[in-house]
Design a protein around this ligand. Structure first.
Ligand code: ZN
Length: 301
């Protein structure tokens, strides 16, 4: 069950030394713990940080961005069902629109900067990358690119088309209003990884330094390759996937990137790179159907 109170329940407000935070630590898969306050040197922080640990509470509970039980009740009435492409939202709309409305009206529109941190869909892993508003957002897009490079990602997606520049996604809505806003993809859905968590903490620290909320120099990390698109390579056959490449590898056109075998272990497909470029995303589920994406190759700007 979701209403406005539940969405706002998880909000953490960090304002200078007046810290009201309930969620102090998170446990990682290896049993170690990370202190969230290490995000910021609280004594020197200027401004206010609003941390929204779960932008979409029913999706968190369902472990899927589509909160299936609700959607099943009335698929067409509850469509679109993804709050992320429902901004700025609608207080009288369906549940996705209401979630977007609460986030936008109560939080986002009051902020000067937005960093929308995602993990990819379960079963997929990205190299750390940032997605920007489209170039026609002008100064807001230029500012977002500088912030993405300060965060320190391996790839910065600057594109005019596709879901990452939906006019109803939060970073584009804010960019159209002149704010500096971007998204980040880190790690893999459904997993906690200490190295990725550390990367995110360092990235946010860099962003706070970049905008002057923290003292100190930005620590340059990541490959910071600006790409204008990602070419999706899909399986033509169903079966078990055997990846031959890793994230950030550079492949040559025609290179075998993965093979697919049937349940008898017989080779049924070799997946070759249609173009040269760096590997930005890989699928991690071992079993695929025809048409599923296996690998995405970045196309430099
Ligand atoms: Zn995402």
């Amino acid at each position: 069950m979701t209403d406005e109170a539940l969405i706002l329940e998880g909000i953490e407000l960090v304002r200078g030394q007046q810290v009201e935070t309930r969620l102090r630590t998170i446990e990682l898969a290896d049993g170690s713990w990370v202190d969230l306050p290490l995000l910021v040197d609280l004594a020197t922080l200027s401004g206010t940080v609003l941390v929204v640990p779960a932008q979409n509470p029913p999706a968190l509970q369902a472990q899927h961005r589509v909160f299936v039980g609700h959607y099943l009740k009335s698929p067409l009435d509850q469509s679109p069902n993804d709050p992320w492409i429902s901004f700025p939202g609608d207080a009288d709309g369906n549940m996705a629109a209401r979630i977007a409305h609460v986030l936008y009206d109560r939080l986002m529109r009051h902020a000067d900067y937005l960093v929308d941190i995602h993990t990819p869909t379960t079963g997929g892993r990205y190299a750390p990358f940032a997605f920007l508003p489209p170039p026609d957002a002008g100064a807001a897009a230029v500012a977002a690119e500088a912030m993405a490079k300060a965060f320190g990602v391996d790839y910065v997606l600057s594109t005019e088309q596709g879901l990452y520049v939906s006019e109803q996604s939060p970073h584009v809505v804010l960019a159209r209003r002149g704010k500096t806003a971007l998204g980040i993809e880190l790690g893999e859905g459904g997993r906690l990884a200490a190295d990725i968590t550390a990367r995110g903490v360092l990235g946010l620290t860099n962003v706070f330094r970049h905008v002057g909320m923290l003292q100190g120099a930005v620590e340059t990390i990541g490959r910071q390759i600006v790409i204008r698109s990602m070419t999706v390579v899909r399986a033509q056959r169903a079966g078990l996937v055997h990846l031959k490449v890793a994230l950030n590898d550079s492949v040559a056109a025609g290179q075998v990137m993965a093979t697919i075998t049937n349940i008898f272990g017989e080779l049924v497909e070799e997946i070759r790179a249609p173009l040269a470029g760096p590997i930005v995303r890989i699928a991690t589920f071992p079993i695929v159907n025809a048409g599923e994406r296996i690998i995405q190759i970045g196309v430099p700007r």
